[in-house]
Each structure stands twice: as C-alpha cells, then as structure tokens.
Design a protein around this ligand. Structure first.
Ligand code: NI
Length: 169
C-alpha cells in the first residue's frame, strides 16, 4: 500500500495533457494500485494519474457506497466515443480542489472505450454517477477541471482562493 501526494490547484501540472499508455505491465498495474490506495485514503471516488503527478492516460474509479464492498475499476486510455442526448446535474468535487463543490451539467450517458487491466480493449456504457465520474476523470487527462464547467465568476473565485492558499502554505 502506497499513498502518493496529491497535486493541488493551482499547480500547472493539472493543465497538462496526459500521454497514452503504450502497454499495460506489472509496473503500471502497481502504480494503478497505488492510485487506488491514494483515492481510498483521501477519500474520493475517482482519480486520474496526473493528480499524483504522472501525465499518463490512466484513471481509477470506485463509486461503491459506504458499507458496500469495494469495487475498484481501472481504465487505461479511456476515451468517450458517444454521449447521450439528455443531461444530468451532479454536485462534483475533486481531490485536487479540496473542500470545493459545485453543480455541473454533463451528458447523462456516455460510452467509453478503454483498455482494461489485462490489456484488453473494452467498451462500457455508463449512466448516473458513473457517467459523471468518467467524464470528470477523462477531462483530467486533457487538462480540464470541473471548475471549467461552471461560471467564470465562480471559477475566478475558486482560483483566487487556491492561489492565496498556495502562497500561504
Ligand atoms: Ni478531479
């Protein structure tokens, strides 16, 4: 079990576009395990590799509710190949933007193509919280944060707060 330090706003790393994973090997699987440990410790329900400083297209998610058995999922090179026509509003937060939450509107269903832990290509259709979570995490791989989906006024407020926190840390 290894918990990695989280990258926090306004670290410019969060704006970096992550590179595709070329091959799923034991080293990468161990790293994904460390990401899950870090996510559970935080605690959170999703984490992208860039949030622990690795610009790789790798996401881990576990949306199991408290009291339910853990249901970790690992996505290498996840890509949204289709979105539903409806939208959903969920309150989102981010381990890289601690203690800030805002409602974000996104497509209510997504089809995601990804490579699984065995190196096999898979496709998943997700709705509800899973759809939101996948979109939030895949955004991270492209340097996009959930605050980019809220009003500029609110985003500027959050940025000011975290810049000030970084200065006084
Ligand atoms: Ni996030």
């Amino acid at each position: 079990m290894s918990i990695k330090p989280l990258i926090i706003l306004p670290d410019p790393l969060l704006r970096q576009v992550s590179k595709p994973v070329e091959r799923v090997d034991s080293h990468l699987l161990k790293f994904a395990g460390d990401m899950l440990d870090t996510m559970y410790d935080a605690p959170g329900i999703g984490l992208a590799a860039i949030q622990v400083g690795e610009p790789l297209r790798l996401v881990v998610i576990d949306i199991a509710k408290e009291g339910e058995p853990q249901a970790p999922q690992i996505f290498f090179n996840p890509e949204i190949v289709a979105t539903g026509e409806g939208t959903n509003v969920h309150e989102e937060g981010c381990l890289s933007i601690p203690d800030y939450y805002a409602e974000v509107q996104r497509p209510d269903t997504v089809t995601v193509r990804y490579v699984d832990k065995d190196g096999k290509q898979q496709e998943m259709v997700a709705d509800g919280l899973m759809a939101t979570c996948l979109q939030h995490e895949i955004d991270h791989l492209n340097g996009v944060l959930f605050i980019d989906h809220i009003s500029k006024l609110k985003r500027d407020m959050v940025m000011r707060k975290f810049k000030k926190l970084a200065r006084t840390a």
